[in-house]
Design a protein around this ligand. Sequence first.
Ligand code: ARG
Length: 585
Amino acid sequence: MASVTSLTDSVQQQLASALSATRPEAAGADPLLRRSDRADFQANGILALAKKTKANPRELAAEVVSRITTGDLIEDVEVSGPGFLNITVADRAITGNLAARLADGERLGVPLKEDAGVTVVDYAQPNVAKEMHVGHLRSAVIGDALRGMLDFTGEKTIGRHHIGDWGTQFGMLIQYLLEHPGELAPASEVDGEQAMSNLNRVYKASRVLFDSDDDFKERARKRVVALQSGDKETLELWQQFVDESKVYFYSVFEKLDMEIRDEEIVGESAYNEGMPETARLLEEMGVAVRSEGALVVFFDDIRGKDDQPVPLIVQKADGGFGYAASDLTAIRNRVVDLHATTLLYVVDVRQSLHFRMVFETARRAGWLNDDVTAHNMGYGTVLGADGKPFKTREGETVRLEDLLDEAVQRAAEVVREKARDLTEDEIRERAAQVGIGAVKYADLSTSPSRDYKFDLDQMVSLNGDTSVYLQYAYARIQSILRKAGDVRPSAHPELDLHPAERALGLHVDAFGDTVFEAAAEYAPHKLAAYLYQLASLYTSFYDKCPVLKADTPEQVANRLFLCDMTARTLTKGMGLLGIRTPERL
Ligand code: ARG
């Protein structure tokens, strides 16, 4: 495998050395290269240098130009405006670079990063014995896309599904099951749907008892204590709830076309044994203090309504541990045992205060430091068409499965309308890929911190910034490649390029740079925007440049090659976001 330097980086390097040859004090200065409408690239960095050295910017720019060798890479460079440089890349450099990318295979010439670390990604965290709803969608979709991008850069990612599988409500569930044995069928005998309906039934029935029968309530309380102290029979019953829930989780994640691995499902219960030690360490270090019997951590800058400090509760006065204790213990595990260098949490923005307090506590304890950092990708809310948090007509939270099923159904209509040579089976398969892709793309193409409207009509529209538009672009290219039959795509760097070919080629070349940037900033929407632009540039290329009817056999082959590289880049990029690109649509 040979990685390929992007044209952006090559031009940047040439400029940087021309700059430092012109003025020694410019060594290391950034030429500030940008894609521009006027030329392939525009460099703005000379202005700052002129200011620093008190030089006339246009004169300085002219000096820099005189030191740039035009030829294989840079075709032309000229001074523009107050002292910008407009740079045109040679046609043969564009085609040549893409050819090197194709030769590299799978990675399209994108290098692996040198300072790769280990990122533990905490995402897709449903709760045991509870239905997944629209609120669980974003964490799963964003987390999966971030992992895809990070892995591609060479970062090692480890997933952690911090499922809610511990705490007081389990006393109620377990006590009920103990008194009504047989209400949960063995996990091996149910499918996802049955599992959830059993769990729902048990949940509702036990809730009714809990609220109406004080004796049962008391027995349920005692059951929590038995659970926390590791009573064998209690744990066995608890395990039944976990197993049954997993059957359900897996069925939903399968619908989401997302791979979830059993060893990465490490819920709150996994940290149960470590929690007393976490508390002891924090107290010994003086990070946490006793206050009214509870063990808590205070923060100067975190205060409630009446300006009273809001503490993080590590251990309750009754000795019980809660959400904060399991998260703090999880941090120790991820840092010490998993050797994480970055902890990434993909959790609803409404939990951001919790994480601020947990991270600050971990920093004071030294578990987080300059070498290990933590970040919560707090994401916004999924809104309904009315701009309010997404609810059913009855005002209830929307079940995730219902939402996915509806998306697939809508996609089936779109696929069927366009499908000419597809069988019923193929339509069904495509509908799933288009529908789920649409849901994921709508989510990922918005900046994670923003809310977005769940609007299926818009999501499955063939026009505009949708995954279907991208999937069609991909399928159209495949159909051209099929039509070309024996004529193989091949690069011809000696050919002059049409402006639309240049624009497309330069954009394809920027794929790796884009993924690196999007991964470093945890910004899947930047990759989505890149892919949308790729499809748009392809569309205008296809409008302006006949492919199979091009002037010469070389031009046909070269344009097929551009098509092929576009398709490979599209499918790779979509794949990183967790979205499939069917060969035919
Ligand atoms: N299960 C929790 C919920 O549904 C989210 C867990 C987030 N992760 C964490 N490490 N706290 O709200």
